[in-house]
Design a protein around this ligand. Structure first.
Ligand code: SF4
Length: 330
C-alpha cells in the first residue's frame, strides 16, 4: 500500500483492510471485486491483485505462514528486489538491501556519485553500496532504536528505515537540511559542494496531455457504467462511459452518440484532472438527463441505480465523479 503513496493516506485503508481481511487465508479466498473495492482510491490496482495472488501462494505453498527465506519472499507475485529487501530487513531484520528514490538520493550524495542512477551500472553500484551498509549493520547485535515512542529492533531493520527516513525528511530533493544532518561528516557531496547537482537524473521525461469526454447519464434513476477489460490499465474497475478525444474535433454530442447511440445535448458538469505515469489526463464530464426512454443497450453496459454504484470499485478519477454525484444528491 505504501508504494507511491503517503503514510497518512494509507492508514485508514490499512485499518479497514485488516478488519475485513485479517490474514492470508481470508485474502486468498476473497472475491476479487471485494479486494478491489477495499483498494479503491489507492490507485495502481495491480498491487491489490498481486497481493491477493501472493496470499494464495502463501496459503498453497507455505501452509498459510509468510515465508522468511529471502528467495521464497522474492518468488511471491508482485514482490521484486526492493519489496523483498524491505520485508526481509524491516520485518525480519535480515541483511537485505533496499534501494528506492530516497535511498538513491542519500547514497548518491553521501558517496558523490555523479553518474545517472537510472543507468544499469550505476544502479548496480548503488545496490552494492546498500548491501555493504546493511551487512555492516548486521554485525551489530542486540540493537534497539527507540524514537518517538516507537521501538525498532535489529540493526538491519533500523539501518534501512533510517536511510529511507533520512531521504524523506532531511536529505530532500530541494533544500536538503545539511546543517541538521547526522551523517554530514561523512557526506562527500557536502564536502565537495555538489549537493545541488546530485542525484544526476538526466533530462525529465516529457509529459503528454490526453483529453476524454465522460458522461453521467441519468435515465429514470439509473446510470450506465462499464467495467474495464482484463489485462489493461485498471482492469476490473468500473467507470462512467467515456471516450478519448485527444487531438480530435469530436463534440460532446458526437462522443455521446459514439458511446451510447444517444442523441441528446450533454450539459457540461466539470473537469477532472489527474496524472498517470507521464500522461496528464483531463476528463471533461457531461451530464445528460433522460426520462421515459428505452435504456440504450450495448455489450458491457450496465444501467444501475446510485446505491448499487457505491458497491462497485471505481477508477480513481471516476470515483471522484461518483462522489460529486452523491454530494449533489444530498
Ligand atoms: Fe544529504 Fe546534506 Fe546529509 Fe549529505 S549532508 S546526506 S547532502 S542532507
Amino acid at each position: 500500500m505504501l508504494q507511491q503513496t503517503q503514510v497518512k493516506t494509507v492508514i485508514p485503508y490499512w485499518e479497514r483492510w485488516l478488519r475485513e481481511l485479517p490474514d492470508a487465508a481470508a485474502l486468498a479466498a476473497a472475491p476479487e471485486q471485494r479486494v478491489l473495492k477495499l483498494w479503491e482510491g489507492l490507485g495502481y490496482y495491480t498491487r491489490a491483485r498481486n497481493l491477493q495472488k501472493a496470499a494464495q501462494q502463501v496459503v498453497s505453498t507455505h501452509g498459510g505462514r509468510f515465508p522468511h527465506a529471502f528467495d521464497a519472499i522474492l518468488e511471491l507475485p508482485g514482490v521484486g528486489r526492493y519489496t523483498a529487501g524491505a520485508i526481509a530487513s524491516i520485518a525480519l531484520n535480515q541483511p537485505a538491501p533496499i534501494v528506492d528514490g530516497n535511498v538513491i538520493r542519500v547514497l548518491t550524495r553521501l558517496f558523490a556519485i555523479g553518474e545517472n542512477p537510472r543507468d544499469k551500472a550505476t544502479n548496480e553500484q548503488l545496490w552494492h553500496l546498500a548491501t555493504q551498509l546493511v551487512q555492516a549493520a548486521a554485525r551489530i547485535t542486540n540493537y534497539e532504536l527507540r524514537i518517538a515512542g516507537l521501538v525498532v529492533s535489529g540493526a538491519c531493520s533500523a539501518l534501512n528505515q533510517s536511510l529511507m527516513e533520512l531521504g524523506a525528511t532531511v536529505c530532500t530533493p530541494q533544500s536538503p537540511q545539511c546543517l541538521l544532518c547526522p551523517v554530514r561528516p561523512h557526506c562527500a557531496a557536502h564536502r565537495e559542494g555538489r549537493v545541488g547537482e546530485l542525484p544526476n537524473l538526466g533530462p525529465r521525461t516529457a509529459t503528454t496531455s490526453r483529453e476524454f469526454h465522460a458522461f453521467v447519464v441519468n435515465c429514470d434513476g439509473k446510470l450506465p457504467v462499464t467495467q474495464r477489460p482484463s489485462g489493461g490499465v485498471n482492469a476490473g474497475l468500473w467507470e462512467f462511459p467515456n471516450v478519448e478525444v485527444t487531438g480530435g474535433p469530436a463534440t460532446p454530442a458526437e462522443s455521446l452518440h459514439t458511446l451510447l447511440q444517444l442523441r441528446a445535448h450533454p450539459e457540461p458538469w466539470g473537469e477532472i484532472k489527474h496524472t498517470i505515469t507521464r500522461y496528464r489526463i483531463t476528463q471533461r464530464v457531461f451530464r445528460v438527463t433522460l426520462s421515459g426512454k428505452r435504456l440504450p443497450e450495448r455489450a458491457g453496459l450496465h444501467w444501475l441505480p446510485p446505491a448499487e454504484l457505491h458497491r462497485l470499485p471505481f477508477t480513481s478519477a471516476h470515483k471522484r465523479i461518483l462522489k460529486r454525484l452523491t454530494e449533489l444528491a444530498q
